[in-house]
Design a protein around this ligand. Structure first.
Ligand SMILES: Cc1cc2nc3c(=O)[nH]c(=O)nc-3n(C[C@H](O)[C@H](O)[C@H](O)COP(=O)(O)OP(=O)(O)OC[C@H]3O[C@@H](n4cnc5c(N)ncnc54)[C@H](O)[C@@H]3O)c2cc1C
Length: 206
């Protein structure tokens, strides 16, 4: 699907239709030949068999598959049930499920949140609470609800700020429908968020 939260997916489907974009879901790029401008990919055909395809391109933007780095993947920290090697944690507290004195958040953890800096901004204070409580031999009730945010430009000068939680329910910050792309949200992403990132988020003040 185009996006896991139906309210935001609806907006993106309208963008796809408006711009005459052809989507190819459940396809896997196997090779890119830059000199021939050709991308090779496999996808299931109508019978459910994997078929090979090619497509010509003017510009190709490929996102490689994501996994934990090898030193984590091959360590006892990794989730043994997942070949991608993410660190196995409780998704609400980020405490390792087998090593209680170890915490892991961010992209490398197996918490089923969207892997974004926006999510990490909300994860870190929870981890800090639990580390401090552990050091003090107490407990903490701090939990993370899966919050994440994806600022998605939908055209020049307009953006949809998709915010949501573990339940894939919208979790909007602003008092208007954020599924509607807006110029104000584009201004937020282009000018305000970079300032917030460097001056507040990195130092843990926002
Ligand atoms: C193109 C792109 C655009 C993005 N845009 C957004 C966005 O608009 N908004 C948003 O919220 N998020 C965005 N993200 C996601 C965001 O950047 C990541 O979720 C975030 O950076 C992950 O932070 P992290 O600290 O968990 O991992 P990382 O930032 O990957 O940090 C891990 C660090 O560990 C280091 N490392 C690796 N191996 C070792 C080792 N053996 N020893 C020591 N250090 C090691 C790496 O060098 C790296 O510095 C984007 C990501 C990409 C790739």
């Amino acid at each position: 699907m185009i996006f896991g939260v139906k309210e935001y997916a609806k907006t993106l489907e309208a963008v796809v239709a408006k711009n005459n974009i052809h989507t190819h879901f459940s396809s896997n790029v196997t090779q890119v030949d830059g000199s021939k401008g050709t991308v090779y990919y496999e996808a299931k055909d109508a019978d459910g068999k994997i078929a090979q395809h090619t497509m010509q391109f003017d510009m190709c933007h490929v996102v490689p598959p994501q996994s934990a780095p090898d030193f984590i993947k091959k360590s006892p920290l990794a989730d043994p049930s997942n070949p991608l090697g993410w660190v196995e944690v409780d998704k609400f507290t980020f405490r390792h499920t087998r090593f209680p004195n170890i915490f892991s958040c961010g992209d490398v953890s197996n918490a089923p949140a969207s892997k974004t800096g926006a999510a990490i901004r909300k994860q870190v204070p929870v981890v800090v609470e639990h580390i401090l409580a552990t050091i003090r031999n107490t407990t903490s009730n701090a939990t993370y609800d899966g919050y994440s945010a994806c600022p998605i430009p939908t055209e020049y000068g307009k953006l949809m700020l998709a915010e949501f939680d573990y339940a894939n329910k919208p979790k909007m910050t602003f008092p208007f429908d954020q599924a509607v792309p807006r110029r104000t949200m584009w201004v937020l992403k282009k000018y305000i968020l970079p300032w917030l990132y460097w001056n507040r988020i990195l130092s843990g003040r926002a």
